[in-house]
Design a protein around this ligand. Sequence first.
Ligand code: FRU
Length: 466
Amino acid sequence: MEQNATTRDGDAAFHEMYRPQFHFTAGTGLLNGPNGVVYLAGEYHLFYERNPFGNDWGNMTWGHAVSSDLMHWHALPDAIEPDHAGTVFTGSAVVDNENTAGLQSGDEPVLVAIYTAAGGSSPESDGQPFTQCLAYSNDRGRTWNKYGHNPVLPHIVGENRDPKVIWYAPGQIWLMALFLDGESFALFTSPNLKRWTRIQTLSLRGSECPDFFPISVEGEPNEERWVFMAANGRYLVGSFDGTQFVREDGPFTLDFGANYYAMQTYGNIPAADGRRIQIAWMAGGVYPEMPFDQQMSIPSVVTLHRLPEGLRLFRNPVAEIESLYISGQEWRDLSVAPGENPLSEIDGELFDLTIEVDCGKSAPSAFGFRIRGEEIRYSRVDQTISCLGRSAELNAIDGIVKIRVLVDRTSIELFANDGRLCMSFCFTPPASDRSLEFFAEGAPVHIHTLDFHTLRSAWSDGTADQ
Ligand code: FRU
């Protein structure tokens, strides 16, 4: 492997042609799912499945980065490395504030990672099964030790993996969601992160990387629900009393795009903040000749809303993205006829734009954007939005269709009607095409509002280094 400040083509590191500029990537090597996302002492930790030795999948290791604002990331050395028990698959991290596991050695609370040792995934672990193990850090994640009596949860079935652990305050107990096999998952509890008791087995179409968390209904702080989610974003809404999750509704789909997978929500967020922050692997992008492979999604806030059809999750980018805005432009009550393009003068490649179209006051058959050749099309006739081969139903609310679009060098993320419908995509546009277009078809479109922001690179202002 080469390690240089510039690539062979002379691009500065982190400014290469297909390097996302406000989405997380590993400096080098492949990444897949996020791991151990947790907040501690002013830092959002992002661990992630990483191959330190190449752009193909293998040698899975926990890569590590921290951020104070979820936008600018500072790379730290790899946190957890393979051993004779296996390479290091997905897991979670918790702050053991009460020192229940007895692993704290100094004054600071200990950070404990619960991960899958993927036995059999390397020559060193040949013949070993998949088990769940602990590693811990007494210096805010800078150095790590593996627990001396691993595994803490022996093999159960198949490739059981991806433990997601949270503190269940009402019962003063740890709670783990684990993928078992097929479409089967289980919940466990533990007083100390070391002894685990299975309390429930659940099934959900979709496998791997479960997340399980409480969330209150927006505007109804006393109406708490629990969400159980699989890697493909299919989720159940229900209740949990410390012993059993009871499904009330679902499964529903969190993201209708092609590239939103293995999401995790942050733990230990201060009560004064209270957001349920989620980050996902944008699985499946293509990054020709780059020193890295794959990227994370924009961190987003998940909220639960009571709709006429029931309780549903919404998702919107974290407000911290505004720290990257460099220039803005806004239009109010603009009519765009077929053939016109109000965005023709705009140059750039990183955008955050929000449009509200008044479908009551106008009657186009369709409208949308063409971003570097990729079309986002809203069919007013079919009430569907489509992009990169995927379509989803999107209805006007009081006559208005609202669409927010984030564009990075290799991704397009759509948040429609305030996050009620989300679609995340990777794309690999031709480098020379920086075109941007808003189009109307059939009849003029009445734009109620169009807010447009150009973003700076998160790697360009000196606060990020890798
Ligand atoms: C998807 C996944 C996880 C597994 C990891 C291995 O994120 O398949 O289930 O732990 O990748 O890299």
